[in-house]
Write a protein of this length. Structure first.
Length: 534
């Protein structure tokens, strides 16, 4: 654990890529093989399930620190991170543990089934034994929210330097389903076994946002365009008579979408398609909110299948006839994909082809973008005709040109403190819109939360207003006198029975502070509903 804690301390204390790569490389050269596997798992979000409720963690930490729970909670809201708060309030220790990372993780896995008293004793023993940073890392692992500024690409770069294995091969090896409790470092990283490749997807290729205007990309004839669909990015793999559906988050979701079982025995073995899972309701694309009813369900019932059917809209072909074709030019991969689609379209599969738009000029792209909301897309994608299918996010060949966000003017009604460097400021806001009542009055109804979009100076000004105009306190939340108006932007919108406003917005954020508007001039819930695509 000492070696792993020192690694996390280095990674967490630097923004320099080279420093992080060097620290990871050195760690992968010196750590035990089992610890290497668990480190790869932890940094690629394959952590074991959380064994203890966070409410109990806070209670037991406060007891060990001999402070009242309210003081711990206040400290937590200032610090902004539970593991860091616990590491700070518990009496300091200069000791360190000789147990390995693997031993700690295995203990945490078995801890889930133990009694609360056993869990409490385990925590207290380790919290008092470990030094500050080991205690911080230990608690991070317990909470299951282990997020350090290390991308998958950065980790594979370091692993490649430490082992001599090509980075692209490593990216491929680390995709797919593997269990850190059972796989060895040799089998995961060093060895190549044919059976391991049956279900394994390819690393996804990602696009950068267009910088400036599309015409800055050069000669329009060198590019193809297509709409950027708002669903779940996926890879559909058919090999040896089996099918596997992977999401971009490296989650195997085959069982979530039984509709796609119809692909078997129709789409040939040795095929991997890149595409988007979309809700397909009444022969039209539904909203992302519709799709969420499928995402979170453990069991897909016949009623849910009927209510929210889905399709895959394919836009690239990565493997054909068992051959990796990612190095073929994009235009050749598309031609093969189109041949595949036209050969199976008479089978009425839940499969569609994302149209490739051959641009006449850049004005043509502007015209297509104007149709995006009507088509339920987020904008356009531009792909260079001769581009290979790369790994990760690289500038130059794939670009996304998204629509301007929806926007509406709303009133600030509630606030919470932020976290990190903003832990002393109220920066997490709840916003409301007007709703007309039957008696002719109006009231403010909450519809969205947002915590980004203002400058540091503006956050300080709003914080000052909140502290001087607090109406009530509900734990860490304050209600404030409604006076400040902000323009709120969001990417998507849909009706929702789970929200008081009746509407759900996607990715809300603050666009600007409307100093020029009074709360009477803020928008209404009805204005918001009018934005929902018909």
């Amino acid at each position: 654990m000492k070696l792993f804690a020192e690694l996390i301390k280095t990674l967490d204390s630097s923004n320099k890529t080279n420093v992080k790569v060097d620290a990871l490389t050195q760690y992968f050269r010196t750590a035990s093989n089992s610890d290497k596997v668990w480190t790869i798992a932890i940094l690629s979000h394959r952590r074991p399930p959380r064994p203890i409720n966070t409410n109990l963690l806070r209670l037991w930490a406060a007891e060990l620190a001999h402070i009242p729970l309210w003081l711990f909670e206040d400290s937590y809201h200032i610090v902004g991170d539970l593991a860091e708060t616990i590491a700070l309030v518990i009496p300091a220790s200069k000791n360190h543990s000789d147990k390995t990372l693997t031993e700690f993780v295995q203990e945490m896995i078995t801890l889930k089934k133990k009694t609360d008293e056993e869990k409490k004793a385990y925590l207290h023993t380790n919290w008092l034994t470990l030094n500050y940073y080991e205690r911080f890392v230990f608690t991070k692992l317990i909470t299951g929210s282990f997020r350090i500024g290390v991308s998958q690409n950065l980790m594979t770069r370091a692993l490649g330097k430490a082992t001599g294995v090509n980075e692209d091969i490593l990216a491929y090896k680390l995709m797919g389903e593997w269990n850190p409790s059972t796989v060895s470092f040799e089998d995961l990283v060093l060895n190549e076994k044919e059976e391991d490749n049956l279900s394994r997807p390819y690393p996804f290729y990602l696009a950068h946002a267009v910088e400036g205007e599309p015409q800055d990309l050069g000669n329009v004839t060198e590019w193809s365009a297509e709409h950027k669909w708002d669903g779940i990015r996926s890879q559909t793999i058919i090999r040896n008579g089996e099918m596997f559906i992977w999401s971009r988050g490296e989650e195997l979701v085959t069982d979530k979408y039984p509709e796609f079982n119809t692909f078997l025995n129709v789409i040939p073995n040795g095929t991997v398609m890149d595409g988007e899972i979309l809700p397909w309701i009444n022969n039209a694309i539904g909203s992302f909110n519709d799709l969420q009813t499928r995402i979170g369900r453990k069991t897909v019932t016949p009623a849910l299948l009927k209510k929210t059917p889905v399709i895959i809209r394919a836009y690239d072909l990565l493997e054909w006839e068992g051959r990796d074709i990612r190095n073929l030019p994009y235009i050749e991969r598309r031609e093969l994909l189109e041949e595949l689609y036209h050969s199976v379209k008479d089978y009425a599969l839940p499969l569609q082809l994302s149209e490739r738009i051959q641009l006449d000029n850049w004005e043509h792209a502007l015209h297509e973008k104007a149709k995006a909301r009507e088509l339920r897309s987020e904008g356009l994608m531009f792909k260079r005709n001769d581009s290979v299918y790369g790994v990760g996010r690289k500038k130059g060949d794939w670009w996304k040109w998204k629509l301007d966000p929806f926007s509406i003017d709303a009133v600030l009604t509630y606030a919470m403190r932020g976290s990190g460097r903003r832990a002393n400021l109220f920066t997490d806001y709840t916003f409301a819109l007007w709703e007309d009542k039957e008696d002719g009055t109006r009231e403010l109804v909450t519809f969205a939360k947002a915590y980004s979009g203002l400058t540091d100076a503006e956050f300080r000004m709003v914080d000052d207003y909140i502290k001087k105009n607090t109406l009530e306190r509900f734990g860490p939340v304050r209600s404030v006198t409604p006076k400040l108006v902000f323009e709120i932007g969001f990417e998507g919108i849909a009706f929702s029975g789970r929200h008081k406003s009746g509407v759900a917005t996607r990715f809300p954020r603050i666009l600007r502070w409307r100093h020029d508007k009074t709360i009477e001039e803020a928008n209404s819930i009805e204005d918001l509903k009018e934005m929902i695509p018909k």
